[in-house]
Design a protein. Sequence first.
Length: 392
Amino acid sequence: MSIDTQQPASGIPEVVFIREQPDRETLTLPDTWDTVFLAGDADFTQESIIAENKEKRNSYAMQEGVLAAYKTGTFSFPTNLKMSGVLSNTPRCAPLLKSVLGRETVNPGVDVQYEHYRRGDPLVYCTILFKKEIETELILGALVNKLSLKINGDILNATWDGFFSRKYRAGTDETAAEINGTSTPVTVIPLTIDAMNFDIGAYIVVGSDDNTGAGFKITGKDEIAKTLTIEGGVSTLQPAGSIVQGWAPVVQVSGVDVVGTIGDFKIDRGSLQPFDILSATLDIDNGFKELETIKSSSLYPKYTGRGKRKVSFNFDDYENIDNINLKEYARRYASLPCEINVGDEPGNILTIALPTFKPASAKSSGSEEKKQSVSGQCYPDTGDDESTFVFK
């Protein structure tokens, strides 16, 4: 056996590929253009719901339950919020932005704008392929519920949290015998280690054959015989011991990183004027909730409820004569419109407008340079937008 099954897996090469789905239930395989690099650990978790067995028996032992359904999957991962580098091209995280905000408008040669969901807007779901060193997880129906955007002296960073319907795993194994599909495609793939590591519905590569880049869909498996049944079939010659692993597109490096301190921050105390800050954080929470208790023909959740959206903003600055009145804004709960600009080259600029930011707190700290931390909530303008993202 050529695979060292005891070698610890590395998290360094992990990457995700993300593509928008037409609806919640339609898996849409990503392509190389959909590469999004992670800026930390990613987690996609889905737990089982076990129906309790309450039978009374001649025993003090609890009786085993029955698999009733699967809980809504949850995910969280950080990325750099890369710019496209080209005016009016969508940013690298466009599917995620559209999923969390709802509306995308491309103005050719000018900009790309993202606005919040309105009543009646369909939710935007994505397919995410999480490629790890020894397995892939194909995520169906991913919906971004929360976005946390950090603006400071580091590269612009976003953390995405949300739900998904189900996932399809594909591990790593090797063929137990030679596969010769040169005359007749082979659809049954014999494994050496364990077919349990592969889910029906996942996509795999068999040796050097990746089905002309599309991967082979698993349509069946026999865990006792250690075989996988695939759609289409391998049409090449693959020797015994060939690696069988999860399919993924070719990774593509693109987009431009920007540092949070490049570009000015403005507040409106009569008119928008530049205002020096140290850092800022914008948090969007859509209040989505997955409905898990509806009886249906599937063990997986199918419906999403909507709650109230909350957009929070806070920033830190050095306390001085010019900004000391922010405490009074907080005391009066007065509106303080803000504009965040990051980047300074066309194609690499992000402007976030907060038309109705209301500070609720302005606290001082520091025994040497006095710092001030201002926090509050953003409310909608006449267009029902607490925030608007413009890439230009």
